[in-house]
Design a binder for this molecule. Structure first.
Ligand SMILES: Nc1ncnc2c1ncn2[C@@H]1O[C@H](COP(=O)(O)OP(=O)(O)OP(=O)(O)O)[C@@H](O)[C@H]1O
Ligand SMILES: [Mg+2]
Length: 211
């Protein structure tokens, strides 16, 4: 369960939100929509343990501190962060892996066609050229990383914004398959990406309103 009770957050002076509450039950799929700049990413980063609330506390699957929370969540952030490592290491973050499972994840994240076309495949070193990947390639690596981590809670911030319609649809379908028994919070500008979700909130003026 995720529970935020009367949490507030400000970057410098102005509050992005104040006294915001949200409870998400295990296995629930929750969508958040809202205008650009309303605070969706700020909120998601708080649930991921990356933004510390300026008041009150949060509880993510029993964890209240960032170090504990980070272990419980898989995150696909709005701007994927790639490290100067190979593609495979960017997905596994150095953890042991099973080839068969990786193969499934590569296919699910629509990475196979591209990685198969590279001379070194998944071992291709991104190095300092991580910036040269297309936004969609970087985003799909971030999705594969989240699938690999396989935490019980998946936090998605515009996970397919850089993908074309067809790619986005198939990756979203794969995400839905991977997360059928997980708790999901999905931020998006595209409400149609939230079909089948249990609850959808609109974020406005620092509040979440069921939409
Ligand atoms: N690191 C930061 N430092 C200071 N202000 C920030 C920072 N990140 C975001 N903000 C501000 O906080 C507010 C909320 O930003 P946030 O990124 O959460 O919006 P959003 O709803 O995710 O927008 P979008 O739909 O464009 O992604 C904005 O006014 C933004 O300018
Ligand atoms: Mg955002």
């Amino acid at each position: 369960m995720i529970k935020l009770e009367n949490v507030s957050f400000k970057y410098e002076n102005a509050y992005v939100f104040e006294n915001l509450s949200l409870t998400v039950k295990d296995g629930e799929k929750v969508g958040i929509i809202g205008e650009s700049g309303c605070g969706k990413s700020t909120l998601l980063k708080m649930i991921a343990g990356l933004n510390i609330p300026t008041s009150e506390e949060i509880n993510v699957d029993g964890e209240k501190d960032p170090e504990g929370i980070i272990k419980k969540v898989s995150v696909v952030m709005q701007s994927p962060m790639l490290l100067p490592l190979s593609i495979i290491d960017n997905i596994t973050m150095g953890h042991d892996h099973d080839e068969e499972r990786i193969e499934k994840i590569i296919e699910a994240a629509n990475l196979k066609k591209w990685t198969d076309s590279l001379p070194d495949g998944l071992n291709t070193y991104l190095g300092d050229r991580a910036d040269e990947l297309s936004g969609g390639q970087a985003q799909r690596i971030a999705i594969a990383r989240a699938m690999f981590k396989d935490a019980g809670i998946l936090l998605l911030d515009e996970p397919t914004s850089a993908l074309d319609g067809e790619n986005a649809a198939s990756v979203l379908e794969a995400i839905n398959r991977f997360t059928s028994d997980k708790t999901v919070i999905h931020v998006t500008h595209r409400r149609e990406h939230l079909n089948g979700y249990d609850r959808i909130f609109m974020m406005k003026d620092g509040k979440l309103i069921e939409a």
